[in-house]
Design a binder for this molecule. Structure first.
Ligand code: ZN
Length: 326
C-alpha cells in the first residue's frame, strides 16, 4: 500500500513540475507587446452587492492603478487584491516597469509583495519606488524588494524623498511631494513631452478650520463633523505642486470636513487646490462607490459638483474598472 502510494506521488510530482514548466513557458512567450496608447487604468474591484463584509471593510481597501506613459508602466499603490483584479481583467503584469508605494497603509500597499513575487518569477525588471518607512516597516519585505537577495534580473529598490528625481524611460521624469497624512506619505508628478500627471495620495490640505462661532480649530483636533466650518489656512505647497497638471489624480474622502479630513482631502479643499491653478482634468479615486452607498451616486455627484464649480472635466472611478486614455 505504502509503496504503491509513493509511486503515485512520484508520478504526480513529475506531472506537477511539467505543468508548471509549461505555464512558465506560456508566461514568457505570451508577453503582450505594449500598445502605443497611453492610459491610466483602474482595475475593477471585487464587491458583491449583498456581502456586508466586502461592503463594510474591504471594498475601499481595493485601491491602486496603472499609469502607462511611453514604455513606462507604473503600478501605483497596489492595495488589496490588486494583482487578482488586474489579472482577472486580462492585464499583462509582466509589462510593469515600476511599482510606486505612497505610504505604508494597507489600502496602498497590501499587494506589493504579491506583485513583486510575480515579477521575480516572470524575470521582469522592475523598480520599486517608495519612501523609507515602506522598507523600514517591511511593508515590502527585504526578500521582495531585493535588499537581501540577489535576483537573476535587475530589480532595484529606490528610496524617495522630496528632492528625488527619477529618470523614467523615453525622457520622462518623476518628482515627489511629501504629503500631510498620519504616516510618511508622498505624491508624485510625471512630466515630459509637455505633459504633467500628478497623483496626490492621502493628504490633508487644511491646517486649521474656522467654525461658525469663529473658533479656530487645528485640523489635528477635529474629533467630529464640523459641518459649517471653513478653511482658515492651507498647505499651499500642495497647490503649487498640482499646478498645470494635465491630469490630477486625487484621493477624496468626503464632501465636507470630517474627522478623516485630518488626513484626507474633503472635496471642499480640492476646490481650493483647483482655483486658478490651470488643472485640465481630474480623476477622483479612493471614494468608495460600492461601500456604504449603492451604485455610483457618491463619486458621480462629487465629479458633477467639481465640474459645476470649476468647469474642469472630472471622472469618478467605477466598480467595474476604468481606462482613461491620456
Ligand atoms: Zn492612508
Amino acid at each position: 500500500m505504502r509503496d504503491k502510494l509513493a509511486k503515485e506521488l512520484i508520478e504526480l510530482d513529475k506531472k506537477r513540475l511539467y505543468i508548471r514548466k509549461n505555464y512558465k513557458n506560456k508566461l514568457i512567450n505570451s508577453k503582450k507587446k505594449l500598445n502605443k496608447k497611453d492610459y491610466i487604468y483602474f482595475p475593477k474591484s471585487v464587491v458583491s452587492e449583498n456581502n456586508y463584509q466586502l461592503r463594510y471593510g474591504l471594498s475601499w481597501l481595493q485601491n491602486g492603478f496603472i499609469l502607462k506613459k511611453g514604455d513606462n508602466v507604473i503600478a501605483v499603490d497596489p492595495g488589496v487584491n490588486f494583482v487578482l483584479r488586474l489579472t482577472e481583467s486580462g492585464f499583462d503584469l509582466s509589462n510593469i516597469t515600476h511599482i510606486f508605494i505612497s505610504h505604508t497603509h494597507l489600502d496602498h500597499s497590501a499587494d506589493a509583495n504579491v506583485l513583486m513575487d510575480f515579477m521575480i518569477r516572470a524575470k521582469s525588471n522592475v523598480k520599486i519606488i517608495a519612501p523609507k518607512s515602506v522598507y523600514e516597516e517591511k511593508v515590502i519585505s527585504d526578500f521582495h524588494s531585493g535588499l537581501k537577495q540577489k535576483f537573476p534580473v535587475n530589480h532595484s529598490a529606490i528610496i524617495i524623498n522630496e528632492n528625488s528625481e527619477i529618470e523614467l524611460l523615453n525622457g520622462y521624469k518623476m518628482t515627489f511631494i511629501p504629503l500631510q497624512h498620519s504616516v510618511e506619505c508622498y505624491g508624485f508628478k510625471i512630466s515630459g513631452d509637455n505633459y504633467n500627471y500628478t497623483y496626490l495620495s492621502d493628504t490633508s490640505y487644511t491646517k486649521e478650520l474656522i467654525t461658525k462661532n469663529n473658533t479656530i480649530v487645528p485640523i489635528t483636533n477635529i474629533t467630529d463633523y464640523l459641518k459649517d466650518a471653513k478653511s482658515k489656512s492651507y498647505h499651499s505647497y500642495i497647490k503649487e505642486f498640482a499646478k498645470d497638471s494635465n491630469i490630477l489624480i486625487v484621493n477624496i474622502d468626503s464632501f465636507m470636513y470630517t474627522k478623516n479630513s485630518k488626513t484626507h482631502l474633503p472635496l471642499q479643499d480640492l476646490l481650493e487646490i483647483l482655483k486658478d491653478n490651470n488643472i485640465k482634468k481630474i480623476i477622483i479615486a479612493h471614494v468608495n462607490p460600492m461601500g456604504e452607498l449603492k451604485y455610483y451616486e457618491w463619486g458621480d455627484k462629487l465629479a458633477k459638483y467639481i465640474f459645476c464649480i470649476s468647469k474642469i472635466k472630472t471622472y469618478s472611478i467605477k466598480n467595474e474598472g476604468n481606462k482613461f486614455y491620456i
